[in-house]
Write a protein that binds this ligand. Structure first.
Ligand SMILES: NC(=O)c1ccc[n+]([C@@H]2O[C@H](COP(=O)([O-])OP(=O)(O)OC[C@H]3O[C@@H](n4cnc5c(N)ncnc54)[C@H](O)[C@@H]3O)[C@@H](O)[C@H]2O)c1
Ligand SMILES: [Zn+2]
Length: 353
């Protein structure tokens, strides 16, 4: 069993990484909370596969549990579900000594995290991520959110979990497309911080436990230095400025998040090479790596369509943008770029994708 410590401004929590950890969630939870009640939030797919094991583990640890199962899907990360959770917590008589458990992917994690953060001004949160994306990304760093009709992740807060319990075994049941979405984020970690991880992914091997540990350590280190997303954490956005725009261009239906990030990373590397910010050959290596993991590399929209969305993005207050470039594989940096310049360069590189 590996234990990775995540330090926060006022506290710390452990990320427990172990095959079969799902069967020990009750004892682990018992060691971090005082109360005897746990409220489990999950979705229908995950419930069918893992809720029994998790429930049994909590009961064996002497805890009383209650559950709420939502429909799977991004569209359920909304205020109606948040409201239902508050009502369920109240009916169950949850107190600040008890725990809320998020069992699922990033949708469950974000929604449940916000509910835990706000109910009674904060109830301990136990996170059990079950997708690759959730295990390497969304379960670490304390970002919670729901979507609103006017935008994604518009309401949320920073709220750190009491413990994260990561069991690589649960990834075996993931549909291929969901797994690939996570692989795009894993490739991103290799690109921004870890050449060994990138080479491992290029070699065709997939030692999942090793990969998970590398990614968790990278994300933990970056968020420790920048808990509230004001600087270094921006590096995690490599491929995401273009990626988010692509997702939006396709109305969130044409491309999944991972697919959009995949194309975004390649375009960013090409943009970097064009300006001599990125060493030559980097884009080709990224392209090969993406293709070997069945991730897309073709841009299905025009530069104008992409730029229009980048410009209207909520974070762009001025005519310049913080763009993440690579110096080499494993070395990322933040670069301020004028939108006009981005437009001109993007048109240039898109002629060659
Ligand atoms: N908080 C953060 O820092 C952060 C970071 C990145 C993404 N996110 C959020 O994460 C969400 C995406 O998360 P996701 O990609 O995990 O998607 P998801 O939670 O929608 O899960 C994808 C699908 O996989 C199913 N599933 C989950 N675990 C499974 C398992 N072990 N076996 C079989 N099926 C399983 C789910 O039921 C769902 O249908 C988005 O809402 C995004 O905004 C948050
Ligand atoms: Zn992402």
């Amino acid at each position: 069993m590996k234990k990775i410590i995540a330090r926060t401004l006022n506290d710390m929590y452990e990320i427990i990484l172990s095959n079969g950890a799902l069967h020990h969630v009750g004892e682990i939870a018992g060691s971090v909370i005082k109360g005897k009640k746990a409220f489990i939030v999950t979705d229908k797919n995950v419930a069918a596969l893992y809720l029994n094991d998790v429930t049994t583990s909590f009961q064996n640890a002497g805890m009383t549990i209650n559950t709420h199962i939502i429909q799977p899907g991004e569209e359920n990360k909304n205020h109606n579900e948040l409201w239902s959770l508050y009502q369920c917590f109240h009916q169950f008589g949850l107190t600040r000594s008890d725990a809320v458990v998020a069992l699922g992917g990033g949708v469950i994690g974000d929604l449940t995290g916000l509910a835990a953060a706000t109910y009674l001004r904060g109830i301990p949160l136990i996170s059990i991520p079950t997708t690759l994306l959730a295990q390497v990304d969304s379960s670490i760093g304390g970002k919670t959110a729901i979507n609103m009709p006017f935008g994604k992740n518009m309401i949320g807060c920073f709220y750190q979990p009491s413990v994260v319990i990561t069991d690589p075994k649960v990834l075996t049941s993931l549909p291929r497309s969901v797994m690939n979405d996570g692989v795009a984020e894993v490739i991103k970690y290799g690109c921004i911080r870890d050449i060994d991880l990138f080479n491992h992914l290029m070699s065709g091997r997939m030692d999942l436990e090793w990969i998970l540990e590398r990614c968790i350590r990278i994300k933990t280190a970056i968020v420790e230095n920048d808990e509230f997303d004001k600087g270094e954490r921006m590096l995690l956005n490599f491929g995401h400025t273009i990626g988010h725009a692509l997702e939006k261009c396709g109305d969130y239906r044409r491309l999944t998040h991972g697919q959009a990030v995949s194309i975004g990373m390649l375009v960013s590397a090409m943009l970097g090479e064009k300006q001599a910010l990125t060493s030559e050959g980097t884009a080709k290596r990224i392209r090969d790596c993406l293709l070997s993991h069945d991730l897309p590399v073709e841009v299905p929209f025009s530069a104008d369509q992409i730029l229009e969305i980048v410009q209207s993005d909520k974070k762009n207050f001025s005519n310049t943008i913080h763009f993440i470039f690579l110096r080499n594989i494993g070395e990322a940096f933040i670069h301020r770029m004028a939108i006009g310049d981005l437009k001109h360069r993007l048109k240039e590189v898109m002629a060659h994708v």
